[in-house]
Design a protein around this ligand. Structure first.
Ligand code: GDP
Ligand code: MG
Length: 183
């Protein structure tokens, strides 16, 4: 077992258009439920790629205790200027869109391709996240079409809300379990 009582560390990125709610989702998760996994915010800056990361410990359903290193893109989304070496180091990716913003959904395949272009034989594990599920009355992406896109790209789909704290833990837990199974 590695130092600190963790079996391993999973590097996970949150990607998607600006303002879809990535930072809110991440902060909500890291601030998370008290109990089995203590929140462990470790904001750090890496100016060369314009990102910061947080970390949180997680007890996987399958047993081992892992540390999630969660990378947030800081305003670089607009410019599509995140370096490809950044993606290459990730074992997991949350592809996040805003369910009230159709364009952010339409851009998901672009984000997916951008990451896949960097991948070697050990491919990252993805999860599609439809965020702001609290805004049901103005959503413009149906669960069915999101499911269809997720299936066509070989991933699962989860609807989340940072505002209502809905499925926030589920999204990260689902991805971490899938990463563990792919190891
Ligand atoms: P980012 O650019 O993807 O990191 O998005 P932010 O986390 O900065 O959020 C963009 C905007 O969406 C902010 O005004 C947030 O308050 C809002 N937002 C984030 N999560 C939610 C949510 O779950 N529900 C609603 N209604 N608004 C949210
Ligand atoms: Mg942000």
């Amino acid at each position: 077992m590695a130092a600190g009582g963790y079996h391993c560390q999973f590097r996970i990125a949150l990607l998607g258009d600006a303002a879809v709610g990535k930072t809110s989702l991440l902060r909500r998760y890291v601030a998370g439920a008290p109990g089995s996994c203590e929140p462990e915010p470790e904001p750090d800056t890496a100016p060369t790629v314009g990102v910061e990361f947080y970390s949180r410990a997680l007890q996987l359903r399958t047993g081992p205790r892992v540390k999630l290193q969660l990378w947030d893109t800081a305003g670089q989304e607009r410019f599509r200027c995140i370096t490809r070496s950044f993606y290459r180091n990730m074992v997991g990716v949350l592809l996040v869109f805003d369910m009230t913003n159709r364009k952010s959904f339409e851009h998901i395949p672009d984000w997916y391709q951008e990451v896949m272009a960097t991948q070697g034989p050990d491919k990252a594990v993805f999860l599609l996240v439809g965020h702001k599920s609290d805004l049901q009355s103005i959503r413009c992406v149906s669960a069915q079409e999101a499911e269809e896109l997720a299936t066509s790209l070989g991933m699962s789909f989860v609807e989340t809300s940072a505002r209502n704290n809905s499925n926030v833990d589920l999204a990260f837990d689902t991805l971490a379990d899938a990463i563990q199974q792919a190891l």
